[in-house]
Design a protein around this ligand. Structure first.
Ligand code: SF4
Length: 249
């Protein structure tokens, strides 16, 4: 029988979508959350809160975890192509992220196949909506309601489901995501020092750059800028914000 499945990341868009769908009495059989293992600690608490909330309403809430960890992939070896045999390191910024494939799509797709899935793309995410709408079984309630990301945030504030990390970042996802832009990195360094230190630790151990032209040295420079207000000549890549893995749907 066809199921109605909500893809929930804990970010503002999918959170607002889920809560509003409940309010509007949409049919929801299950909520799926993919645990990448590299989410913010505050987000894990939020997921627990949401899990309790939806379970109390009789909706199934499932947390999906990948078979192998981020470390297995980060320190694992490339198995084909020019880089075969080399340590994998950071996911490449201009390609589909291996970690979104392993920790999200390979888990979600078999469970959602043949069912209706709800995805939290805002009405202003035109490019992603164009490709998403071509796929069978994909539904975008926020866009159908005409809600932008700003509307989603306002709604969360109104209903008491907005957390500081929703306000701090444009998009949430793995805190060490190379697809995040300069502002996100600065916020991470400034307000989430443990996660920033972890990012630097991986940058020290990686044999590829965090993103093109941005390696450990440039990340340390951004730290200097945040901590000591020093300026430096940044690579253009610092400015790019690819909005994490959702663009790959
Ligand atoms: S948030 Fe970034 S690193 Fe994490 S799965 Fe998505 S694209 Fe990959």
């Amino acid at each position: 029988m066809k199921k109605y499945i909500v893809s929930f990341s804990g970010g503002k868009d999918s959170s607002a979508m889920l809560l509003r769908m409940i309010e509007l009495d949409y049919k929801i059989d299950e909520v799926l959350f993919c645990d990448t293992g590299k989410e913010f600690p505050q987000l894990y608490k939020y997921v627990e809160r949401m899990k309790n909330h939806v379970q109390q309403l009789g909706i199934k809430f499932t947390i999906l975890t990948p078979e192998k960890s981020w470390d297995d992939w980060f320190f694992g070896k490339v198995t084909r192509g020019k880089m075969k045999g080399k340590k994998r390191g950071w996911p490449l910024m201009f390609f589909h992220c291996y970690w979104s494939r392993e920790s999200k799509f390979l888990l979600l797709d078999p469970l959602c196949y043949g069912h209706e899935r709800y995805i939290g793309f805002g009405a202003d995410e035109t490019k992603r909506l164009v490709s998403g709408r071509k796929k069978e079984g994909y539904n975008f309630p926020l866009a159908d309601w005409g809600w932008t990301e700003k509307n989603a945030l306002e709604y969360l504030l109104k209903v008491g489901w907005c957390e500081q990390f929703h306000l701090d970042f444009n998009r949430t996802g793995c805190f060490l995501c190379p697809k995040q832009g300069e502002e996100s990195l600065k916020t991470l360094c400034d307000k989430y020092p443990e996660q920033w230190d972890e990012l630097l630790r991986y940058a020290k151990l990686s044999n590829n750059d965090f993103k093109p032209g941005v390696g450990l040295k440039e990340l340390k420079e951004i730290e200097d800028q945040v901590k000591y207000n020093r300026t430096f000549n940044k690579s253009d890549q610092f400015h790019l914000d690819f909005g994490c893995c959702l663009e790959e749907i």
